[in-house]
Design a protein around this ligand. Structure first.
Ligand code: CMP
Length: 186
């Protein structure tokens, strides 16, 4: 069986850190599917939001994530300051809900995560369900746990490119040092 070596296209800052890759080439970034083929792994960024941490739902949400075959490879509970939330959601600056969103995201602790697996970005969006819980499918995190379109329990990156940006924005050097990937788990 041939292993494909992928050149890492992450920013050099992240690539050279201990955190999420550990090494520049992603030989360890492939894994065996049930069919025995080697599949490319992907990472996505996740936030368990204040409405969920307030109701003690971190474990229940993590069970959904893991149940879907995604691996939580980095996780940290933090409380965002206004500047953190403003920066993270800057893309929504012009939206009428921006100010309220920033207020909500700083109203309590959040859990920031890096999830890994085949098609992690799309898979996590499926597991989360639609932004508005009223439109979310049965069994999704938002259908089961979200309170409203704003307090919708989780965030997940909308593309692999944004996942890389969000991971880099939210996991700083300190976290990167303490979060070593153990490829023997895969
Ligand atoms: P998220 O996936 O984190 O991306 C942007 C967030 O803005 C979204 O989840 C919701 O928390 C919030 N949001 C999106 N649309 C609305 C809305 N119409 N009113 C209030 N908040 C919203």
């Amino acid at each position: 069986r041939r292993h494909t070596r992928f050149k890492c296209d992450w920013s050099s800052d992240v690539c050279s850190s201990d955190l999420l890759l550990g090494r520049r080439y992603m030989a360890a970034q492939s894994f065996s599917s049930p069919q025995g083929k080697f599949m490319a792994k992907e990472r996505t960024f996740s936030i368990i939001k204040p409405d969920a941490t307030r109701r003690n739902l971190t474990g229940a949400i993590n069970a959904k994530i893991e149940g879907a075959g995604l691996r939580i490879v980095a996780q940290r509970r933090v409380k965002w300051k206004q500047a953190d939330a403003k920066k993270f959601y800057a893309v929504h600056k012009a939206r009428p809900f921006y100010k309220d969103l920033v207020k909500f995201m700083t109203s309590g602790p959040i859990v920031i995560q890096v999830l890994e697996g085949e098609n992690a970005v799309a898979k996590y969006r499926q597991v989360m369900g639609a932004t508005n819980p009223a439109n979310a499918e049965a069994g999704t995190i938002r259908k089961e746990f979200a309170e409203s379109i704003k307090a919708n329990s989780v965030h997940g990156s909308d593309s692999p490119e944004n996942a890389k940006k969000e991971i880099k924005m939210c996991f700083k050097a300190k976290d990167r040092k303490s979060t070593r990937l153990n490829s023997s788990h895969t």
